[in-house]
Design a protein around this ligand. Structure first.
Ligand code: GAL
Length: 820
């Protein structure tokens, strides 16, 4: 998918790709490197190079990134005496080794521009412009005492001594030693200044959305606010700006960090998680300012990636406006003028006639009119207008692009296996609820989960037994004793005598939790088997590698003697599951157990492996596995790790928004949706993992679900939307027009919504306002029905403009149309 994604970024007006390097993905054990498949770093960089783009490489080696253990290999935590990210010999040794290894790899491939005496040949153009060492260490220095400063100085020196001829930078490190450049990571960086006037102002992470955690709501950042932040940065002398993420994709397998980060790392980024959709069946062509500037048309039928609209399109226009101003931006520093309260102009004018200006309204509620160089401009609240010639507005951040698509969600596929995986032949294998095979060890008391599994698996069994006397009162009554468990994290299923009694987990990023559930005990010996689980290792924070997981207390309440504490009992441990151990999800391990065949796979049965042969879903759209009817577990297709699934819901009592006001400072909890919904329902299965037939889907279900209801869903666009204001375009020539174009060989079959007036809402859920021209739908239908493409100008003849005499705001036209 890489070439398509890089191309879509380029089409979006991006000219540099920044990427992390994941140390734990590349160095599997000391000195044993992996650059295969998705870890082929050189291949990725060369794709960027071939696209004629630059590269910023974030070697880390610590990265955070919601990636398991922040990117640092788990084995390093177990090298005696190691403390991560500090003035610590083993850590520095391995960090230097890895950094040097990556730098040398890039050098061998001649990917740095200035490589000593080497002439730079034509086909070997400059790729790297910047390398990044460490990441946001500044936030956590206080955890590391005096050694922190020594570590920063060492890291900078070690990096610079690699002698690669391109600058090194450190994010969020105010005291980055020269010549290393300190940079900003935030939702806004206009006010940031580097620690020396000789250093450029660089923004390494602008978060255009946010990540998701299992059990939490879904965050959104409006495109208008992202554009506002970027425009403000260039208004205030910024030189390099990077979106984190522009495409986040999927963290397959167990690579998500956490705890509790979902496998979807969509991030509501300008390119969606599924990456690719438009070729063959669906693609959409949009022109926004067609009457005015043909170059502003973005033809998405040439694209291979899946741009998220309106974000991708809005930022593309922003990038274009900034590039139009480049000549002036590079010639001088900006001069700031006040245009009134919360109103600011910054002018790049060196007197040579080359001039660009940014006009901003920082008020988060009130639209304003300003006069700049004798011309009056309308500035919506919380917006920036870019004037590449100091006269004409090329872009305003609040006037978001007018084209969107629905749905954000996946649709069940229309052909097999749309009805789920019913009627297929299943193979079943059940895990033992407790120790399988020979136990690993016994101990009086508890061990730390991660210290034992070393993250080779999510699972660790803690088992013990208890003898219940026949004279226990509860046996005579209908009451049941209560099992009380405390754990450092992350999740747990409790079994007694092979029966699941209940489950518990931490929530959000808070991993410690308590379990409290009545349990069924019988007279005599009772086997207690507790399956403790990690759900992605901590990926950031001071001394984060020491945050453990696993049980700390187990008690049973309601016995004749009151509460019995089992914490110091003899516990028998087993690492991982038998199926994992035998690799029964891998093509060469499938026959490792005796599967039981059935056409009626068991439902709601814990600890069950399911195997089924499936056909690929028809067509070419991206595919997601719909796991809403399952409990929690792991999934593989043809041995490739889809990853952890867990359709755990966020609380329906939390606060969610219908619409997000772009105005005012953004923060991750500002605009949340999906209250009471699963945080992640669909799990991306790349098309390339499917064979034409005979695909083997393996699921390990921990607590019980209905596998016959699993479906492959397809990511497709069902409608197009256009939402345009009368004040588009802002420059006088041409008229504002909505322009819709369906994919090839399809026609506009239905106008689901049309309103000229003050409609509100988003694509897919528009609603009429108190001002609405009743002829809107018929006007749009007349212009569009049965056509492949249509445009509707916002003229007097077409629409009733006298709807709200004297109204302060301009009318808008919102349309949602269906192509079939
Ligand atoms: C930053 C960090 C990134 C990522 C981001 C949140 O602080 O550098 O790696 O974790 O936060 O998505």
């Amino acid at each position: 998918m890489w070439p398509g994604l890089v191309q879509t970024a380029k089409e979006g007006g991006v000219d540099v790709i920044e990427s992390y390097v994941f140390w734990n993905g590349h160095e599997l054990s000391p000195g044993k490197y992996n650059f295969e498949g998705r870890y082929d770093l050189v291949k990725f960089v060369k794709i960027v190079q071939q696209a004629g783009m630059y590269m910023i490489l974030r070697i880390g080696p610590f990265v955070a990134a919601e990636w398991n253990f922040g990117g640092v290999p788990v084995w390093l935590h177990y090298v005696p005496g190691t403390v991560f990210r500090s003035d610590n010999e083993p850590f520095k040794h391995y960090m230097q080794n890895f950094t040097t290894f990556i730098v040398n790899l890039m050098k061998q491939e001649k990917l740095f521009a200035p490589q000593g005496e080497d002439p730079i040949s034509q086909d070997n153009e400059l790729v790297y412009i910047i390398q990044i060492i460490e990441n946001e260490y500044g936030y956590y220095e206080s955890y590391y005492g005096d050694g922190a400063k020594r570590y920063v100085t060492w890291a900078a020196k070690m990096a610079v001594s690699q002698n690669i001829g391109v600058p090194w930078i450190m994010c969020q490190q105010d005291d980055a030693p020269d010549p290393v450049i300190n940079t900003c990571n935030s939702f806004y960086c206009d006010q940031f200044t580097p620690n020396s006037p000789n250093k450029p102002k660089i923004w390494t992470e602008n978060w255009p959305g946010w990540f998701k955690t299992f059990g939490a709501r879904d965050p959104h950042r409006p495109a208008e606010d992202v554009a506002f932040s970027v425009a403000r940065f260039f208004q205030k002398g910024g030189s390099v700006h990077n979106y984190y993420m522009y495409h986040g994709g999927t963290n397959f397998g167990r690579t998500s960090g956490g705890p509790f980060i979902t496998t979807s790392y969509d991030y509501e980024a300008p390119i969606d998680e599924y990456g690719k959709v438009f070729y063959f069946s669906w693609y959409l062509t949009v022109s926004v300012f067609s009457a005015r500037q043909p170059e502003l048309k973005y033809l998405m039928d040439s694209l291979l990636g899946l741009p998220r609209l309106p974000k991708w399109g809005h930022l593309k226009e922003l990038h274009r406006a900034i590039k139009l101003s480049e000549h002036a931006l590079l010639k001088s520093e900006p001069t700031t003028l006040s245009l009134g309260p919360s109103l600011e102009a910054d002018v790049y004018d060196d007197g040579s006639g080359v001039c660009a200006a940014f006009l901003s309204n920082l008020d988060d509620k009130i639209d304003k009119n300003v006069v700049f160089r004798n011309v009056s401009y309308h500035l919506p609240a919380w917006s920036v207008s870019i004037l590449p010639d100091c006269k004409n507005v090329a872009f305003n951040t609040a006037k978001a692009s007018v084209v969107e698509m629905v749905p954000e969600e996946l649709q069940p596929s229309v052909t097999s296996p749309s009805k789920g995986l019913k009627g297929l032949k299943w193979d079943i294998f059940m895990e033992n609820a407790g120790i399988w095979g020979v136990s690993d060890f016994t101990k009086n008391g508890f061990v730390d989960h991660i210290n034992i599994t070393k993250d080779t698996t999510d699972y660790l069994w803690y088992t013990t037994s208890i003898i219940i006397g026949e004279n226990e009162e509860f046996l005579k009554k209908a009451s049941r004793p209560v099992l009380l468990i405390e754990s450092k994290g992350h999740a747990l299923h409790a079994f007694v005598n092979q029966e699941l009694q209940g489950s518990a987990s931490g929530n959000g990023s808070h991993s410690p939790f308590k379990f409290e559930n009545p349990i069924s005990l019988k007279a005599g010996k009772n086997e207690i088997a507790l399956l403790s689980m990690t759900v992605g290792l901590q990926n950031a924070g001071g001394l984060y590698e020491w945050v453990g997981a696993g049980l700390t207390s187990v008690k049973i309440e309601g016995l004749n003697n009151g509460t019995v504490d089992l914490s110091m009992s003899k516990w028998t441990y087993k690492i991982g599951l038998q199926g994992e151990h035998l690799g029964i999800y891998k093509p060469d391990g499938l026959n490792g157990v005796n599967w039981v065949s059935t056409s009626e796979p068991p439902r709601n049965q814990p600890l069950t492996w399911y195997k089924v042969v499936v056909d690929p879903p028809s067509g070419d759209e991206p595919v997601g596995l719909d796991m809403i009817h399952m409990g929690k577990g792991l999934a593989w297709l043809n041995g490739e790790e889809i990853g952890r699934y867990w359709p755990i819901k966020s609380s329906k009592h939390d606060k969610c928004v219908d619409e997000c006001d772009y105005r005012g400072k953004f923060f991750p909890d500002k605009c949340l949706t999906g209250c009471g919904e699963p945080s992640q329902r669909w799990y991306h299965v790349p098309r390339s993992w499917f064979k034409p037939s005979g695909n083997i889907l393996v699921i390990f279900e921990e607590k019980g679900g209905d596998p016959t209801k699993i479906t492959f869903s397809k990511r497709k666009t069902s409608s197009l939307c256009s939402n345009i204001g009368e004040d588009f375009p802002m420059v006088d020539q041409g008229k504002a027009a909505a322009h819709l174009k369906c994919p090839k060989n399809t026609l506009i079959s239905n106008v689901k919504f049309a309103s000229f007036g003050n409609p509100s809402g988003r694509c897919g859920s528009y609603s009429k306002g108190d001002c609405h021209d009743p002829n809107s739908t018929s006007t749009v239908e007349k212009a569009c029905l049965g056509k492949n493409e249509c445009s509707i100008e916002l003229t007097e003849e077409k629409f009733d403009k006298g709807l709200r005499p004297g109204a302060a705001t301009t009318e808008k036209l919102a349309i949602e149309a269906v192509c079939t």
